[in-house]
Structures are given as C-alpha cells and as structure tokens.
Design a protein around this ligand. Structure first.
Ligand SMILES: Cc1cc2nc3c(=O)[nH]c(=O)nc-3n(C[C@H](O)[C@H](O)[C@H](O)COP(=O)(O)OP(=O)(O)OC[C@H]3O[C@@H](n4cnc5c(N)ncnc54)[C@H](O)[C@@H]3O)c2cc1C
Length: 507
C-alpha cells in the first residue's frame, strides 16, 4: 500500500471525503486559509459532462456519474425503489433536479428540541445567506454575494404558469418567495441554473479555486475505510485505479452523503456493534444510530394526457414552480409539497401518455424512516438501503391529501387548454383504490438524510456543537446525514447551509 504520509507527520490538516454539495463547500472554505492544507477525495470523475450542464440532462446521465442502486423491498409500497446519488465532482448537486429551496422555518425550529441547540432557522439563516446570491428577493433574509447563483427561471414553461394560476384559482396562497423558508403557498422556486446552465457545488466552490497551492483535489479516488488508532482517526485508506493508498491527516471530515458517510463509518468499525459483529468487523465505537433514521420524502404524481403538444423548452428544467402547504388543520408545520412537471412522470400504476404533464405531491415531514446497513464487510459492496417509504400510515394520510390537492389543481380552468384527460390514476373515481394507488405510485425523491444525526442521546452520532463523531477524535461528519429531521423542502440548499456552518466550526 502506498502512503501519502511524510516522515510521520500528517501531510494534511484536513482530508475531506466526498466532493458533493457539502464536501465542495467545506474544502473550499477551509482552503481559503493559506496555512491549512486540504485534500478533497472524490470517487467520481473530475470533468462535468454535457448532460450535467443541461437542465434535462437527467434523462441521459452516463451511469458512471451515478451510484446506481435499488432499495430493499419497501413494506409500504410492495416494491423496491431506485436509490440514486451523484458520483462526480459536485456529487448529487451535479445531477439533481436543480430546485434551490429552503425548508419552512418551522421545520428547522423543531431541531433544537430534537437535541441540537443552536440549529434553529435563525441560527442557520446566516449560512443560507452566505452560500447564495440572488438579486430579485428580499435582501434581509436572502443572500446577495454567496457563490451559489440562484434565481427563478426567466421565462417559465406555460404549464408551470398554468400551475401557479390554477393553484391560486383553487384558493391557495400566492407566495412571493417560496424559496426563502418563510412562506407557504405556490410560487416560483429559485433554481441552480444561472444563464440556463447547471451550477453544481463544484462549479460554485471548487473549480474556480483548483489552483490553490494548499488544496489538492483527487478524483476517481474511492475511500475504503478510515484509519483509526486508539480512538483517533488519523487518515483514510483509498484506491485510485486499482492502486491502494493511505493518507494521514490531522482531521478527517466525512461528506460522502447520507448513504456514503454511514457506509464508511460502519466499514471502519463505527456503528451498531451487533450489526458490525455479524459481518466480522472489529468494533471501534458502538454507535447504534449510525445508519438509522434514514429519511426521504415519498413522492407520487397524477399524470395528465395533454390535448396539444407540450413544448420542450431546453433551457427550462422540467419543474420550476413549487407549492408548500399544510395538509390539514392538525399539521403543526407545512408538510405537503405540490408542483407541476412539464412531462409525464413514469408511474408504476400504469402506462403514461407520450405527450402529457404531471402534478407531483410529496409528504414533507415523513414519520417513516429506515436504515443503511452493510451487505458485507467489502467496501466495494453497495450498502443495503431501506428508506421505509410509507411504513408509517400517517404518511399515507398526507399523501391522500396530496392526491386530492393535485387533482383539484389539475382540474382547474387554468389547465383547460392543456388537459385531455387524467391518465394516472385515471379520471374515473378510484374510490377505495386511493390507498392502493398511492402505495403503488409512491417512489423516491432522493433527499436522503439523517443517518449520522446530530444530538447527544444514545442514538446520536455527531456532537451538535462541533460535528465530531461521538467517542472518536479527529473525525467529523458534515453532510445531509447529520440532519436531525428532514426539512420541508428539497435538501440541497440545507446541505449548503450546514456545510457553510461546518466550515466555520472546523476553524
Ligand atoms: C436524482 C436526484 C435529484 C435531486 N433533486 C434535488 C433538487 O432538485 N433540489 C434539491 O434541493 N435537492 C435535490 N436532490 C438532493 C440533493 O442534491 C442532496 O441532498 C445533496 O446534494 C446532498 O449533499 P451531500 O453533500 O450530503 O451528498 P452528495 O452531494 O451526494 O455528495 C457525496 C459525495 O461523496 C462521494 N462519495 C461517496 N462515497 C465515497 C467514497 N467511499 N469515496 C469517495 N467519495 C465518495 C460521492 O461520489 C459524492 O460525490 C436530489 C438528489 C438526487 C440524487
């Protein structure tokens, strides 16, 4: 095995594992300090592909830019679900749906009560603002000079416009800034699409600084496990092109995403002791919460056959408007998302029309959760992912409300010029089949969080004060996996804020 250590000294102050949304922010901010030496390791390739730049690129990603996989069979849906994550410089921000949304403040304001004092909305606000740059919003709550350039799409798709009009006609509030975390209702989301081209976390935070002498970025480098000696993390073992290497570091920051970070901890002996023991892994720290509390937003859609051709606008993403609602009077915070997609979403319920559009809905405060577990002790084996979609019947109830809202909007006059018929689930009353439809049609939204959550209880994995892994020196986790509860929005903007804060905590 080769070694990156020099004369017993760690060559790096920080090794950051995984150049996704969080890893790009953290490596970039740390290397702003000239006295700090940073190594950023990423399993994916360095160069962005043409598909990554395009808002519709997700239709044609090279499989090499993805960690492809399927979940365990989901008790709540009866099927496996796709488990996708980005594998590239920029990670999932290089392949995601481009929505830039904060969750509603009420969601973050529940975090301190979950054992993470100092992580409410007002605490996160400076970091949301630091990460972003937007010109058209309220400067008192939104950022003006951050690296991530966000704005609504300049010319919305006519179906998205119909969606906002239909929602307002159906009685829902018109939101001025649905991205900001302070409003509910329907409006235009900000997108990571300056000039009609995707801006990933690597575009914003790493590519402009690749010539920094104190920042090394090594791509196609897959970390196998952590180096751990006497309760301290001293570096990582990784492979590049079949060669096994080892590098020392004063600190290691795990930013391999909610699935990758939990996987690496368990491969290294940090996790639920009994589970690790089953795979013959020596226990370094018995942290039962590693890999638990995996959350995603369950998502389904109503699909309409269009009465006329749906324009393909290559500079617009498939979805650009957004609604955030309370599912009912009992909801303590906005827990339902509804949005229009200018394309027929595939559905496990039945055939979708060639020309159509969809109204998607998703439970934003899911009660269901699941796990990431080892298939075996081989780092090359994909972990077993069970997001637990619809495991808890309360999520089914929110999805029923979502279906009703989506249909109410879809039936509104604003869609009269577009709607031929509801194709999925079908315009006839589906009566008692509603639950069956929801279970069959529900799939992933790819907002994986929570597997190394902050807290101080027995199930918590990292300390909320400094993101250190409990019981291990020199090791932090600072990505989507540390969230104590999934926010009420697509997760990328929240990961940017967490990572901005992490970079400060590491200082
Ligand atoms: C298909 C899809 C669509 C999405 N759409 C949206 C959207 O529209 N809006 C939104 O807000 N959010 C969206 N998300 C979610 C959002 O992109 C993620 O929440 C966010 O990017 C997670 O950031 P992260 O840093 O935690 O992980 P990631 O960005 O996933 O980064 C993890 C990185 O670690 C690397 N890695 C993992 N294991 C190893 C290893 N062993 N060695 C080396 N490197 C490793 C990975 O290759 C990856 O680059 C979407 C996600 C997906 C997958």
């Amino acid at each position: 095995m080769g070694s990156g250590d020099m004369m017993g000294q760690s060559p790096y102050d920080y090794v950051v594992v995984g150049a996704g949304t969080a890893g790009c922010v953290i490596a970039s901010r740390l290397s702003e300090r000239r006295d700090v030496r940073v190594l950023l390791l990423e399993a994916g390739a360095r160069d962005a592909t043409a598909a990554m730049a395009s808002p519709w690129g997700f239709l044609g990603f090279d499989p090499s830019s993805l960690w492809l996989g399927v979940s365990a069979v989901q008790a709540g849906t009866g099927r496996v679900a796709d488990v996708l994550r980005g594998k590239a410089l920029g990670g999932s921000s290089s392949i995601n749906g481009l929505y830039h949304l904060r969750g509603h403040r009420s969601g973050y304001d529940e975090w301190p009560g979950l054992g993470v004092p100092g992580w409410g909305f007002d605490d996160l606000l400076p970091y949301f603002r630091r990460s972003e740059s937007t010109r058209s919003r309220d400067g008192s709550t939104r950022g003006a000079d951050g690296p991530v350039l966000v704005a609504p799409v300049p010319e919305p798709h006519p179906l998205a416009t119909a969606g906002v009009e239909a929602a307002v006609h159906a009685g829902f509030t018109r939101a001025d800034d649905i991205t900001g975390g302070l409003e509910t209702g329907f409006g235009w989301s900000d997108m990571n699409l300056p000039g009609g081209v995707r801006q990933s976390a690597s575009d914003a935070y790493i590519r402009p600084f690749l010539d920094r002498p104190n920042l090394d970025v090594v791509t196609e480098a897959t970390v196998q496990r952590l180096r751990l000696i006497a309760g301290r993390c001293t570096g990582v073992e990784y492979s590049v092109g079949g060669e096994h290497l080892s590098v020392g570091s004063a600190e290691v920051v795990l930013t391999a995403g909610a699935i990758g970070s939990a996987h690496l901890l368990m491969l290294s002996g940090i996790g639920p002791a009994r589970h690790l023991g089953e795979h013959g892994i020596d226990i370094v720290a018995d942290l039962p919460g590693v890999g638990s509390h995996l959350q995603d937003h369950p998502m389904a859609g109503v699909v309409y056959e269009a009465s006329r051709p749906v324009p393909f606008l290559p500079a617009n993403p498939p979805a650009e408007m957004m609604g955030l609602l309370y599912s009912g009077p009992a909801a303590t915070r906005p827990d339902l998302q509804v949005y229009v997609v200018a394309a027929p979403l595939p559905s496990a319920w039945g055939q979708v029309p060639a020309s159509g559009y969809s109204i998607a809905f998703s439970a934003m405060a899911p009660h269901s959760s699941g796990t990431v577990r080892l298939a075996d002790a081989d780092p090359a084996s994909a972990p077993v992912v069970d997001p637990g979609y619809l495991r808890d019947d309360r999520d089914l109830e929110v999805m029923r409300k979502g279906l009703a809202v989506a249909r109410r909007i879809g039936e509104a006059d604003a869609f009269a010029d577009w709607r031929k018929q509801e194709a999925v689930p079908g315009s006839g009353a589906i009566g008692e089949s509603v639950d069956e439809f929801i279970r069959r049609a529900t799939g992933p939204y790819f907002h994986f969080t929570g597997t190394c959550r902050m807290g101080t209880d027995a199930d918590a994995v990292v300390d909320p004060a400094n993101l250190r892994v409990h019981g291990i020196a020199g090791l932090r986790v600072a990505d989507a996996s540390v969230m104590p509860f999934i926010p009420s929005a697509n997760t990328n903007a929240t990961v940017y804020a967490i990572a901005e804060r992490a970079a400060e905590l590491l200082g």
